[in-house]
Design a binder for this molecule. Structure first.
Ligand code: URA
Length: 229
């Protein structure tokens, strides 16, 4: 989608009552400052095979007891755009689908304002089991479950990844720098451009003009990058 189409879509969304995103100028594209991971040396198979492999062998998800089911991921297996969050919350744990709670509804608005639907993109998390008290996953947990995220990424081969919040950003960019510093700055994961942005739950907790403008600026950069692919 070109920039004009994206803007027209945004205006339409606003007319339809989507108040989420203010218009703002596209920020100049930023350099690629962050480390690039080498490709993981495992042959990608189908998402169904990976899901089965994960369910039976993930050293994190097969040992934790805080979840009722694994939330693997949802969407288009050939998506050019992939969104990656941290871990399923209680609603996702109940439904087995990522981002179906309040944060998920905000993510749906973002996806829709970009001119896409859930069926166009792929949505998953770095950790695929709900954690007690909906806590943030530990780096050790992210590392264990992350092996399977690598396989998902290899199977889907998206053109762009949006990292939602700190755990996804830190894992994908192999950095300890926080999201507030990295947000809006392109990174790479296995040669795939990664746009770190705020987690929708953070946006809900900090629903200001500034956070809305920042996240929309990030999504406009994502649309611009997709239009070059
Ligand atoms: N937060 C996440 O990071 N992932 C979900 O699936 C839901 C909430």
């Amino acid at each position: 989608m070109d920039e004009l189409t994206a803007r027209l879509h945004l205006e339409t969304s606003k007319l339809m009552g989507v108040d989420f995103l203010p218009t703002s100028d596209v920020e100049a594209e930023q350099p690629l400052p962050v480390s690039v991971l080498p490709s993981v040396d495992i042959s990608a198979t189908s998402l169904e095979d990976i899901q089965q492999l994960h369910a039976t062998t993930c050293p994190h998800c097969t040992t934790v007891t805080s979840h009722t089911q694994i939330v693997f991921g949802i969407g288009n297996p050939n998506a050019s755009l992939m969104f990656i969050g941290d871990a399923p919350g209680p609603e996702e744990d109940a439904e087995g689908i990522p981002f179906v709670g309040a944060a998920g509804q905000k993510l749906d608005q973002i996806i829709s304002a970009m001119g896409f639907s859930r069926d166009d993109v792929y949505i998953t998390n770095v950790v695929k089991s709900h954690l007690e008290d909906t806590r943030t996953p530990l780096p050790t947990e992210v590392k264990k479950c992350g092996e399977f995220l690598e396989l998902q990424i290899q199977a889907i081969q998206p053109d762009v990844i949006v990292a939602l919040g700190s755990p996804a950003t830190k894992y994908l960019l192999q950095t300890t720098i926080g999201i507030t510093k990295l947000r809006g700055v392109w990174g790479e994961h296995c040669s795939i451009p990664v746009m770190p942005t705020y987690h929708p739950a953070y946006l809900l907790r900090n629903y200001t003009k500034q956070t809305r403008e920042e996240i929309w600026s990030d999504m406009q950069n994502v649309l611009a990058k997709l239009s070059t692919k």
